[in-house]
Design a protein around this ligand. Structure first.
Ligand SMILES: [Fe+2]
Length: 161
């Protein structure tokens, strides 16, 4: 399936949203499930951030996309990856805190995805041609595949250690 840049990102948003809902619905007794979900969410968010910041956002900005939207989106990525995710990982085993932080992570990601979909993607549809959006989609898909492979290999080798 060939998706354009926006379809691809919306598809990713949908998938990570579902996982975050699952995470906030797990109980402290489901540690293995929590760990698996957290690992998946962390990997997905990182890959999403890389393809957006390396490929989509620069195209958005150079084609006249709003600068505040651009910087705000990057700042939201930073908040999630540098502050909330590390705290979540650290809170494993402290069920009440873990539940609070996972709800916070879910809210932040939902807000970020909503803003992208309602503001940034709408602008991108106006500023970028269909061909450009398709070319960006293909570039992002290729990068995503590469990163997924890399993460899977890393997970495997850390498993063997
Ligand atoms: Fe994003």
């Amino acid at each position: 399936m060939k998706l354009n840049a926006i379809e691809l990102l919306i598809h990713d948003h949908h998938s990570v949203r579902k996982k975050l809902i699952k995470l906030t619905e797990t109980s402290g007794r489901e540690k293995a499930k929590q760990r698996r979900l957290m690992h998946d969410i962390q990997t997905q968010l990182t890959i999403h951030r890389v393809i957006e910041e390396d490929i989509f956002y620069p195209a958005f900005k150079t084609n006249g996309g709003d600068e505040i939207t651009y910087f705000e989106a990057k700042r939201q990525h930073r908040t999630v990856e540098d502050f909330v995710l590390p705290d979540l990982l650290e809170s494993q085993g402290h069920d009440a805190i873990f539940a609070r932080i996972s709800r916070q992570l879910r809210r932040l990601v939902e807000q970020h995805a909503d803003e992208e979909e309602k503001v940034m993607f709408r602008q991108a549809r106006e500023k970028l041609s269909k061909q450009e959006l398709h070319a960006l989609g293909s570039a992002m898909q290729a990068r995503k595949k590469k990163l997924e492979k890399q993460y899977a290999q890393n997970a495997e080798s850390s498993h063997r250690r």
